[in-house]
Design a protein around this ligand. Structure first.
Ligand code: SF4
Length: 265
């Protein structure tokens, strides 16, 4: 629910107050994403630089675009999603880098940092793996794998070699855990762990995301019945309660009115 104009207003305030550099963080490989979506990041970065030059009247304005591959996680609406493969992620990021470099007026003002897609696939395997992945972890460790979070120690080849040895005899492979989309009926390895969210609600949220239905922040709207409040024994009070609320400012008159009558937790 944060629009591009919200972001531009914010960076205008920062550059206007004397800041010279902002960093923007992005993910690549979100469900339904296309190359064109990612290329828009270049346009956004140019708009940020243009805004900075305009409000500060200076040329030494910088912006860094930092981007990595999206890894679907359990207990979120994207737990059913197909992760983007490492090669597709790298190809998309290469196109973005090209798009940033192509425009001479901005190229030197925009820094580009990215994480390649391979570590993301291992992260994805560990994130949504079940007990069968335990053998892969052990095999990697026996093979000398240590400190994999440090890029100089990380070996994608070691992980994939271990996975190719250990997973097929158990009837699965890396793609089955990472780039495969799940169906509603599938029993997920973490279903027995209760995070308070209703699985049906998460599934609906997943469908909403696919058809781009925006779901508002439940602090300002009626409850969506995600299940968390009753699970956590939190009472939902419909306001105005007469109590002093946190000093939150909601932008826009319509929303400010909603805030007045918002429920508090
Ligand atoms: S009010 Fe509580 S139960 Fe309702 S949608 Fe929000 S977090 Fe979930």
């Amino acid at each position: 629910m944060v629009s591009e104009d919200d972001l531009i207003r914010t960076v205008a305030a920062a550059y206007g107050a004397g800041w010279r550099q902002v960093k923007l963080y992005f993910m690549c490989g979100l469900p339904t994403e296309t190359d064109e979506d990612v290329l828009q990041i270049a346009e956004l970065a140019k708009r940020v630089i243009e805004t900075g030059r305009e409000v500060s009247g200076r040329r030494d304005i910088r912006c860094t675009v930092s981007i990595g591959g999206f890894v679907p996680k359990p207990h979120t609406p994207f737990q059913w999603a197909a992760q983007l493969g490492a090669e597709e992620t790298d190809a998309r990021l290469a196109k973005l880098r090209e798009a940033i470099r192509a425009d001479r007026r901005f190229a030197s003002a925009i820094g580009f940092r990215y994480h390649d897609g391979k570590p993301g696939i291992v992260e994805g395997l560990l994130s949504r793996g079940d007990r069968r992945v335990g053998r892969v972890i052990e095999a990697v460790w026996r093979d000398g794998g240590r400190f994999d979070g440090w890029s100089e120690h990380f070996s994608y080849e070691r992980w994939m070699a271990a996975a190719e040895r250990e997973l097929p005899p158990q009837g699965v492979d890396v793609a089955w855990y990472t780039t495969r989309e799940r169906e509603e009926a599938e029993v997920l390895p973490w279903d027995h762990i209760d995070s308070g969210l209703d699985k049906e609600w998460l599934w609906q949220d997943w469908l909403d995301s696919l058809d781009e239905t925006e779901v508002e922040d439940c602090r300002w709207t009626p409850c969506f019945d995600c299940g968390v409040c009753p699970q956590m024994n939190t009472e939902i009070e419909i306001g105005p309660t007469g109590k002093t609320l946190l000093p939150l400012t909601v932008l826009g008159a319509g929303r400010a009115q909603m805030a007045e009558s918002a429920h508090t937790h």
